[in-house]
Design a protein around this ligand. Structure first.
Ligand SMILES: *[C@@H]1O[C@H](CO)[C@@H](O)[C@H](O)[C@H]1NC(C)=O
Ligand SMILES: *[C@@H]1O[C@H](CO)[C@@H](O)[C@H](O)[C@H]1NC(C)=O
Length: 493
């Protein structure tokens, strides 16, 4: 009798233990005190389910509730968004609109709390708009979950030592200030306040560089520094010239420009669950159909910004069983519209994943859609290119994408290869998404900027002066009760 009781007790224990443990919940959104983001996020993994055994019931039964208290004692405003990857894993995003305390995250499956739910947080949880910077950069960097090493940053900063920014700025203005063709801004950060002066005719894109700098400075006190950010797509500082320090969104094998995550990727991180609807998280639930039901053809849409894009149309027309590609706009080759047109309406980016393979051909520079293609869960055929974004050096051909010659001469063979090697093609798609989830999510984008600006600040030897022609770029005016900084911390001395 006793033995029986022990056995049944053990059985019950084992059952509930395993039920609890085949659901894994992880991610930076489970650390909302330290990791302030425009939209926080975490992952739920039903480890015993995959895309074959997935049913929509899973999504229906999974409920996430997030509650907290605002400063006036009422419920604080939180918006929750659940993304179903249809493979037994989910992304949960939540946006906090005001300072919250006593936040709790509840994850229910079939009305029962699962994994370690509820997750409760004692402490102040800031909205992203709160200007409450942590004063010790390295402490913040670690607590934010940033990686230790960034190879591209190391490579980009290598030519620069003991920089006197006053001199460099004069050289940059002298060499690159051509108002019709280039636009750039000189930024200065002093006592965690932002100032800028822009040069050139088209400076509207400074809203993107303003946004990321201000966003970072609300989270952590940045050291004093000056920097010049190029607002155009083309990198500027040719290898045959003296290396002048200019930060650009696109790098190339022929230039010295210091690469930052593109304005597109950065904005999609900062406007997550806001103005931007396509980002490296949302695209993961966009595909309507699973891999094996997708069309085994390569899809492409875009404008006519490079000759190879016209060539792609020729190839696609000659091989309609392998491709679905068309131009959506004519601007650079208007004279060829009769031949390559008529222009086709845009299709939703999410529709790209009705097809197994997606093509990435350069536009004027690197095609900034790469992060969304990697996250989307298809197999990428990428044109070889001298242009790169901040993460390309970490991508491995045949592991994360299938390389295609710059002149596209092997594109047809590559698509045929993918059709003949479906398992390998699917594995490349899986690897690509894993890469994106380790390197291209909003947390990674914020960390990359932080690491870059921190390393850069150490290279500047000149004092930062706010010149008369510089305008103060203010933080949004939001009232938050910031926690008092601990006095006499190391970096205050
Ligand atoms: C979910 O967990 C399983 C088991 O640990 C793992 O093999 C799988 O890669 C995870 N899925 C995702 C999308 O992280
Ligand atoms: C190409 O794809 C679009 C979007 O899915 C579809 O509407 C169109 O019919 C396809 N064209 C061909 C020729 O398959």
């Amino acid at each position: 009798m006793l033995l029986e009781t022990i056995f049944s007790f053990m059985f019950l224990y084992v059952l509930s233990y395993s039920q609890k443990n085949d659901i894994i919940i992880t991610g930076p959104g489970l650390n909302p005190i330290e990791i302030v983001m425009p939209a926080r996020y975490f992952f739920i993994n039903f480890t015993h389910i995959n895309s074959q055994s997935y049913t929509p019931k899973l999504n229906k039964e999974l409920v996430v509730e997030i509650n907290g208290r605002s400063s006036d004692g009422k419920h604080c405003r939180v918006w929750v968004n659940k993304l179903d990857r249809k493979d037994g894993t989910f992304i949960v995003r939540y946006k906090i609109y005001e300072t919250c305390s006593d936040l709790s995250i509840h994850v229910y499956y079939g009305k029962k709390e699962v994994a370690k739910s509820p997750y409760k947080f004692k402490g102040t949880i800031y909205a992203d708009q709160c200007n409450c910077p942590e004063h010790q950069f390295q402490k913040w960097f670690k607590n934010y979950g940033c990686k230790d090493t960034y190879g591209q940053i190391k490579k980009d900063l290598k030519p620069f030592h003991n920089i006197n920014m006053k001199e460099e700025l004069q050289s940059i203005i002298k060499k690159y200030h051509q108002p019709e063709s280039t636009s750039f801004c000189h930024y200065a950060i002093k006592q965690n306040k932002l100032y800028r002066n822009c040069y050139g005719k088209h400076v509207g894109f400074n809203m993107f560089s303003d946004n990321i700098l201000l966003s970072l400075m609300r989270k952590v006190k940045l050291p004093d520094m000056d920097l010049v950010i190029n607002l155009g797509d083309w990198p500027l500082v040719h290898r045959k010239d003296k290396p002048l320090p200019i930060f650009s969104w696109c790098g190339s094998d022929e230039t010295y420009d210091i690469v930052m995550p593109t304005y597109d990727l950065t904005e999609s991180a900062l406007e997550n669950m806001g103005r931007v609807t396509l980002d490296t998280l949302s695209v993961q639930s966009g595909a309507e159909i699973v891999w094996k039901e997708r069309e085994p053809r390569a899809v492409w849409r875009g404008r006519d910004s490079r000759a190879e894009r016209l060539k792609l149309i020729d190839i696609a027309r000659a091989n309609p069983d392998l491709f679905n590609a068309s131009l959506t706009n004519f601007f650079f080759f208007r004279d060829k519209e009769a031949q390559y047109g008529p222009k086709q309406p845009h299709i939703s980016f999410f529709k790209f994943f009705d097809f197994k393979y997606q093509i990435n051909v350069d536009g004027t520079v690197a095609a900034y859609r790469m992060p969304y293609l990697l996250s989307g869960g298809g197999m990428i055929l990428k044109q070889q290119s001298p242009y790169y974004e901040h993460f390309y050096s970490q991508l491995v051909p045949w592991e994360h994408f299938v390389p295609v010659r710059r002149d596209l001469s092997d594109l047809v063979d590559r698509v045929k290869w993918a059709r003949d090697n479906d398992d390998k093609a699917q594995q490349i798609a899986v690897n690509a998404r894993n890469f994106a989830n380790n390197n291209l999510l909003p947390q990674n984008v914020i960390c990359y900027h932080a690491a870059l600006f921190w390393e850069w600040s150490k290279i500047i030897k000149s004092e930062v002066n706010i010149e008369e022609n510089m305008a103060h770029v203010p933080q949004p005016s939001v009232t938050c009760n910031c926690k008092p900084e601990k006095p006499n911390t190391h970096e205050d001395l």
